[in-house]
Design a protein around this ligand. Structure first.
Ligand code: 6PG
Length: 487
């Protein structure tokens, strides 16, 4: 009997992302073998391959048959839960793989786990890639943004596939070789940190327009649709407009008003903030988004605090502030504040990537990173083309805030930005992300900060010494003695 034709690539792990990515690969003309521990998932994927166009996809029910069905040098994508399940899957599959074959982890993995697995794979003669996959179910099926890092040879083995499978934008496929080691996972992690920041800033714009502006969900849907035609054009703004239009099937009004205000999270935003602290990179907007997720989780405490503080005399200022607000102007101010805050948030994310790139000698290409985020991923936005151009103008840009074009835009928008933050503060509507971005902007742009006093305090109580603005050296002063003497 003629041997079955071998597949070009394999994918193990047929949950939502894996199943859809496998179908995408097959649809682009690359015969693919799939495997999953739960065999029903294999059958489900086979059925979809048939109904979605007799796609060249074969299903396998044990690791050995799966691996032997793939042409050499074999490339196998695994899409299972990050952590131990990845190690278990690697163990099961690598037992049948041969030197020169490649394992590609497509999950949201912690970059150091990938770096450990690269070494373990090398000890078996295998190549390894940690590949961020962004875009959710729709992206996986029709065009994600892909962030592969690790073995360059392994990348070259699948370059033709990933360049077809990735989302396509006018300046190429949304995939590039990110760099060595765990760089692909790290870039995906920072993508998620930026995603957290974006989602927080959008939720604050919604909060201000709804409460200070008194906008209805219908008006909010129209405003976000309008914003999606300009500088804020993006996947997250687009889906936000859609969300405001969905009616609640169980009662009156829109569904969005019935959703419990407690945010879930899988961890990549936390890793981003941890890494910012490790690298001494300020990322206040991303950190604010994480804190807001934590605070949203304290629903019972917040409901109690609302009561206690009302009893303590807290008055709701929203209506009084709203009565003095020009709605049309507020809407445009919020648009400008959202855009300016976004620039700061992306500046923080890019600075974090730069610091890690230096530490790990990854030589990340920030223009390329912005380019592959233009399509497919959750933070895809017109804005990213501007960031790409900023880094093409100056690859060593210290911060997006000082890119001449972004600098001009922030200065033009700071009036609106300050008005929105001021109104929100007066109305008692928290805007932690917008405030963090504005404070970041107002701190980074000043040549002189009150850090001189902090240095004096540290030297007074800890003799940590200080530098002077007018002469070289480290100095210590007997502050208390001198203060008493002069007293
Ligand atoms: C993507 C998303 C995805 C992420 C979900 C959930 O790029 O497609 O970032 O990878 O897992 O958005 O993230 P949280 O549960 O942490 O919000």
């Amino acid at each position: 009997m003629e041997a079955a034709a071998l597949s070009r690539i394999g994918l193990a792990g047929l949950a939502v992302m894996g199943q859809n990515l496998a179908l995408n690969v097959a649809e682009k003309g690359f015969p693919i073998s799939v495997y999953n521990r739960t065999t029903s998932k294999v059958d489900e994927t086979l059925d979809r391959a048939q109904t979605e166009g007799q796609l060249p996809l074969t299903g396998h029910y044990n690791p050995r048959d799966f691996i032997l069905s793939i042409q050499k040098p074999r490339s196998v994508i695994i899409l299972v839960k990050a952590g131990a399940p990845v190690d278990q899957t690697i163990a099961a599959l690598s037992a049948h793989m041969e030197p020169g074959d490649t394992i590609i982890d497509g999950g949201n993995e912690w970059y150091e786990n990938t770096e450990r697995r690269i070494i373990e794979a090398e000890n078996k003669g295998l190549l390894y890639l940690g590949m961020g996959v962004s875009g959710g179910e729709e992206g996986a099926r029709n065009g994600p943004s892909l962030m592969p890092g690790g073995s360059f040879q392994a990348y070259n083995n699948i370059k033709d596939i990933v360049e077809k499978v990735a989302a396509q934008v006018e300046d190429g496929p949304c995939v590039t070789y990110i760099g060595e080691g765990g760089s692909g996972n790290f870039v995906k992690m920072v993508h998620n940190g930026i995603e957290y920041g974006d989602m927080q800033l959008i939720s604050e714009a919604y909060d201000v327009l709804k409460n200070v502006g008194g906008l209805s969900n219908v008006e909010l849907g129209e405003i976000f649709d309008e914003w999606n035609k300009g500088e804020l054009e993006s996947f997250l703004v687009e889906i936000t407009a859609d969300i405001f239009k969905v009616k609640d099937e169980h009662g009156e009004g829109e569904l969005v008003d019935k959703i419990l205000d407690k945010t879930g999270m899988k961890g990549t935003g936390k890793w981003t903030v941890q890494q910012a602290a490790e690298l001494s990179v300020a990322a206040p907007t991303i950190a604010a988004s994480l804190d807001c997720r934590y605070l949203s989780g304290l629903k019972d405490e917040r409901e109690n605090a609302e009561k206690v503080l009302a009893e303590a005399g807290m008055k709701d200022q929203v209506m009084s502030v709203r009565s003095g607000v020009d709605k049309k102007r507020l809407i445009d101010d919020v648009r400008q504040a959202l855009y300016a805050s976004k620039i700061c948030s992306y500046a923080q994310g890019m600075n974090l990537l730069r610091a890690k790139s230096v530490e790990k000698n990854w030589n990340l290409n920030f223009g390329e990173l912005a380019r592959i985020w233009k399509g497919g991923c959750i933070i895809r936005a017109v804005f990213l083309d501007r960031i790409k151009k900023a880094y093409q103008r100056n690859p060593n840009l210290a911060s997006l805030v000082v890119d001449p074009e972004f600098a001009k835009e922030m200065v033009q928008r700071q009036g609106a930005w300050r008005r929105v933050v001021g109104l929100a503060v007066s109305a008692g509507i928290s805007t932690p992300g917008m405030c963090a971005s504005l404070a970041y902007f107002d701190t980074y742009r000043r040549g002189r900060l009150p850090a001189n006093l902090v240095q004096a305090q540290r030297d007074l109580f800890g003799a940590h010494t200080y530098e002077r603005v007018d002469r070289e050296g480290a100095f210590h002063t007997e502050w208390t003695k001198l203060a008493r003497k002069s007293g």
